[in-house]
Design a protein around this ligand. Structure first.
Ligand code: ADP
Length: 466
């Protein structure tokens, strides 16, 4: 409002300066209204127009009343129109500024993203037109050295015709062996995936933009996961065989001993029978010898397969569980279950034999996933917590049916299973592993509603305390 008053005042002053040159009436007021319209809103502009008209009507009239009114109306109409144009211009200006800012932000984002993605631009004949710094790093080349060279020299087997002839605007470029191979000047190779897009060239024609992904790290992680999987399988076979041998030895020990005792009693009877029983005595002695041998064989087998006393190392509980990530994902995805990890990583050094511990975790998690299989919202979580100065607790919990009180002792016995294809060895193997770590495998009801299998590991004194 103040602006309107000042602008009109200024225009009046200007008009009085021009007084000597002639009669200007409303003309000097036009810039005052335009300035107000440009810098302020509609009410201030309306005030500037009203003030201009009032000043022209109040000052000693030099024209008739009808002329004065017509001029005032004309002035109001024309200046309002000019003001509308000014506001339109201002709105357009601010929209352009917004768009420019948005565009600059997008540009910055795109540049940041592209800086870390190796991108190579090719001519239609497969020669390199440009490559960004990330691509130059990937191929250990300078842009200058790469420019003009056929891309096939950097990625042997690359087929430009697969793109040019496809007619597709872009997408992943499928390789025969599942990935392309990149080649560095020192002869080193690395796995590569390629996404392509057709882009218009600045001088007409089309260029091909290739977005490259170095798969080395994925491949290394994949190989690591496979290796761990193979190790766990081997450990599982040995552990389950050991568990079976122990069970067999335990179960057969009694009947074999009983049979040997009966044969011994028969021998004594035959001795009493004198020479008549001599022949039977010999065969009975042979049978008894074989029975004792069978007992020894079973005991020997048990000794051979009983888990060796492994050395416990200092390990981080969180890292042992996190390393199982790909295997847990595989176990979960077979039943559509996402396994959540909630393992405290602070002060988590424990005494453990890495692969045996991981075997125990896989067994418990597989059971949990199988237990929640029919649930509409299945939940499986692995929890790790520092329990005290000396203990770290691990539990695997689910929202399955849980374990009935009267079944708790039974499920730990070897060869007890409720599954059609189950071996009933998972929990007994796990219990043996936990006990070899100085812990006790326990089962209770989880807060999630299902079973919670838990045990403690001995903590390593932390570096600060050591
Ligand atoms: P298997 O998995 O081959 O049956 P285990 O020894 O691992 O052998 O498990 C024995 C039994 O314990 C299972 O058949 C199942 O009935 C029960 N069980 C194990 N874990 C769970 C669990 N998380 N929830 C419910 N029942 C379970």
């Amino acid at each position: 409002m103040l602006l309107a008053v000042v602008a009109v005042g200024g225009a009046m002053g200007f008009r009085s300066l021009l007084e000597g040159l002639g009669q200007f009436y409303y003309l000097p007021m036009v810039p005052a209204v335009v300035v107000t319209a440009l810098l302020a809103r509609r009410p201030a502009t309306a005030l500037a127009i009203a003030l201009s008209i009032a000043v022209n009507l109040i000052l000693p009239p030099r024209e008739s009343l009808s002329e004065a009114l017509t001029n005032a109306a004309l002035f109001a109409g024309v200046t309002w129109l000019i003001a509308e144009i000014c506001w339109g211009f201002r709105a357009l200006n601010s929209r352009t500024r917004d768009l420019t800012q948005q565009l600059a932000a997008k540009d910055a984002m795109l540049n940041t993203a592209l800086a870390s993605v190796p991108v190579v631009t090719l001519e239609a004949n497969g020669d390199i037109r440009r490559l960004n710094p990330a691509a130059a790093d990937l191929f250990a080349l300078t842009e200058k050295a790469a420019r003009g060279r056929p891309f096939i020299e950097l990625a042997p087997g690359f087929d430009i015709n697969a793109i040019v002839g496809s007619g597709a605007p872009g997408g992943p470029l499928e390789a025969k062996d599942g990935h392309w191979t990149g080649l560095r000047p020192d002869g080193a190779t690395f796995p590569l995936s390629i996404q392509y897009g057709i882009v218009p060239g600045s001088t007409g024609g089309e260029l091909i933009a290739l977005c490259l992904t170095d798969l080395s790290r994925w491949h290394a992680a994949d190989a690591q996961a496979r290796e761990l999987h193979a190790q766990l399988n081997k450990v599982w076979r040995l552990n389950s065989l050991g568990e079976m041998a122990a069970t067999l030895a335990h179960e057969l020990n009694q009947p074999l001993s009983a049979a040997a005792t009966y044969l011994h009693a028969s021998q004594m009877d035959m001795e009493r029978a004198g020479p008549l029983g001599d022949s039977a005595l010999r065969t009975t002695a042979l049978a008894k010898g074989q029975l004792l041998r069978a007992g020894q064989i079973i005991r020997r087998m048990r000794e051979l397969l009983s888990p060796e006393a492994h050395r416990l190392d200092s390990e981080r509980a969180s890292s042992m569980v996190e390393d199982l990530g790909p295997i847990l994902t595989m176990i979960g995805s077979s039943k559509g279950v996402t396994i959540r990890l909630d393992v405290e990583a602070r002060d988590d050094r424990v005494q453990a034999e890495r692969i045996q511990f991981q075997q125990a975790m896989v067994n418990l998690t597989r059971n949990a996933v199988e237990a929640v299989g029919d649930h509409t919202a299945p939940e499986v979580v692995i929890i790790g917590r520092v329990l005290s100065d000396t203990h770290y607790s691990i539990s695997v919990e689910d929202n399955g049916p849980g374990i009935a009180e009267d079944q708790i002792d039974r499920i730990f016995q070897p060869m007890t299973t409720t599954k059609s294809g189950g071996m009933g060895l998972g929990l007994s193997v796990t219990r043996t592993i936990v006990e070899s770590h100085g812990g006790r495998l326990q089962v209770s009801r989880s807060a999630l509603g299902g079973a919670a299998f838990s045990f403690n590991l001995n903590r390593e004194p932390s570096v600060e305390n050591a």
